[in-house]
Design a protein around this ligand. Structure first.
Ligand code: PLP
Length: 494
């Protein structure tokens, strides 16, 4: 199975290992497999008998044909072990007769990014061997909080990689700061930067485009790489949990083998929902995809009207991981529906004018399979409260999706069994979750953890509960201008 650019089908195809090592295509497009492998009902039946690691290894083996099943199974068994995902990697909870919640946040950082970032570094590490790369990959990340922690946990102690994360000293929550400052692992480092997220991000971008730096790293056996969310190595592992959810629904008797389910996903960069779409293209029986947005509802408008327009106001909400105006992975869907030539022209319009409108055939294809709904801040809070009253505690992102799923079900009358993707533990956003249920002000989000525990009776994830008892390993705060110096220092380069 080879990979090509979403923007030029005629560009040379590369292996999966090369696509994972490279991340982005040379023409700016995203890597896509040349074909979508098939998944039959017999395959699904066979997977039902397997555990999560085996399900994930099987799905990955269909896409990453230059990796052996044994390699993938070894990696998945490590990545999705009981030690890392207590109680299972992707369990289903029941919301009501017609709706299940797919909990994707039982990993080390209590957010769904773990589902991809626990396995992707292992895939990268193998990709370096497979492509004859002798240097060590140096992963550089600027984070506004969650991605940095998930990347640190994913790359820690993985062979042939090192990782440094920069975060804005006043731009992350107390929990996030503690999570990063106490990070364990021999190949990790964390450093705070004076300024906001843009200062940290610009500093990282500068290092990536610094030729002299690249030479210096190269001479010392390193090359720069990113933990970018558009890497195929991050997307492919996400397909597996939709297949797994389907297997579990059949096992629980919620649906019959062959019967369809619906999927509702709280969406930011469009990676998670696109993984579900790939699962359908493979043959997983899925009827509709409900794309859930918060007040930043650019995708709702796009799905309803066919025009993607980023020239709009940006809102900061209580579901910050969905506060996004460019959903990068949407490009992959456009490519599957409209081909590389049109995708390239839409992306050119997006870059130059900030807006594009898809052709009528693409709009019709979207209408057939996708529905877009959003929840504003008040609806999000109300959903948390009502869902809790009915016996389920959810985080702010999941609440947006539960609200959107309900709106879809009411508008369409479609009562196909709905699987709502739950992307974060309620404790990840404890202060907002608590205040949605009962008015209360907190000095910081760490203080909200025991309060939410008392209110709900739901256990605090271990990684968050033990934060204060962990050793602080990283306390350095630097000026943004000193970031290159810090990188060289971390790698022991003069
Ligand atoms: C990243 C993230 C999302 C958005 O997922 P995409 O794949 O970018 O659409 C939703 N919720 C949470 C909690 C996240 O961390």
């Amino acid at each position: 199975m080879n990979y090509r650019s979403t923007r030029n089908i005629n560009q040379e195809a590369v292996s999966a290992a090369q696509a994972i090592k490279q991340g982005l295509c040379n023409d700016g497009g995203l890597f896509m497999p040349e074909e979508i492998p098939a998944l039959t009902l017999d395959d699904i039946k066979a997977l039902s008998e397997k555990d999560y690691a085996q399900r994930a290894a099987y799905i990955l083996s269909l896409f990453l044909s230059d990796y052996t099943y044994e390699e993938l199974l070894a990696d998945c068994s490590e990545a999705y072990s009981e030690k890392r995902f207590k109680g299972g990697a992707a369990p289903l909870a029941t919301l009501n007769d017609n709706t299940s919640v797919l909990e994707l946040w039982h990993g080390p950082t209590s957010a769904f990014k773990d589902m991809a970032l626990q396995i992707m570094p292992r895939l990268l590490s193998r990709a370096l061997t497979k492509t004859g790369e002798e240097r060590t990959a140096f992963i550089l990340v600027a984070t506004s909080g969650d991605t940095g922690k998930a990347a640190l946990e994913g790359y820690r102690d993985v062979d042939k990689v090192k990782i440094t994360v920069f975060y804005p000293v006043d731009g992350v929550s107390r929990v996030q700061k503690l999570q990063m400052a106490t990070q364990e692992g021999e190949n990790v480092s964390v450093c705070a930067v004076i300024g906001n997220f843009d200062d940290a991000q610009n500093g990282v971008k500068k290092i990536f485009s610094d030729k002299e730096m690249a030479n210096k790293l190269n001479e010392n056996g390193y090359f720069l790489s990113s933990a970018n969310s558009i890497n195929w190595g991050r997307l492919a592992p996400q397909i597996a949990y939709y297949v797994s959810a389907y297997c579990d629904l059949v096992a629980e008797g919620k649906i019959e083998l062959g019967e369809k389910m619906n999927v509702c996903v709280p969406t930011g960069n469009f990676g998670n929902i696109f993984a579900a779409y790939i699962a359908k293209r493979m043959g997983l029986p899925i009827n509709k995809f409900v794309c859930a947005s918060n007040k930043n509802n650019i995708l709702t408008t796009f799905l309803n009207e066919g025009t993607y327009d980023r020239n709009r106001e940006f809102f900061t909400t209580m579901s910050p991981s969905m506060d996004i105006l460019i959903s990068s992975n949407l490009e992959r869907l456009l490519y599957l529906l409209g081909g590389s030539e049109r995708t390239a022209s839409y992306m050119k319009d997006l870059a130059e004018k900030g807006v594009y409108t898809v052709d009528a055939d693409i709009k019709a294809a979207l209408d057939a399979e996708f529905a877009g709904y959003y929840a504003d801040e008040a609806e999000c809070a109300e959903t948390i409260k009502n869902t809790f009253k009915n016996g389920y505690l959810c985080d702010t992102h999941t609440a947006v999706a539960i609200c959107a799923a309900k709106k879809y079900q009411e508008h369409s009358g479609d009562n196909t069994h709905m699987v709502v993707a739950s992307t974060a533990s309620p404790y990840k956003f404890a202060a907002d979750v608590y205040a949605s249920i009962e008015p209360k002000e907190f000095t910081d989000d760490y203080e909200a953890l025991p309060c939410l525990n008392e209110l709900s009776g739901v256990g605090i994830p271990e990684g968050l509960a033990t934060l204060l008892s962990k050793e602080i390993r990283f306390e350095k705060v630097i000026e943004a201008a000193d970031m290159p110096k810090e990188v060289l220092f971390e790698l022991g380069i003069q």
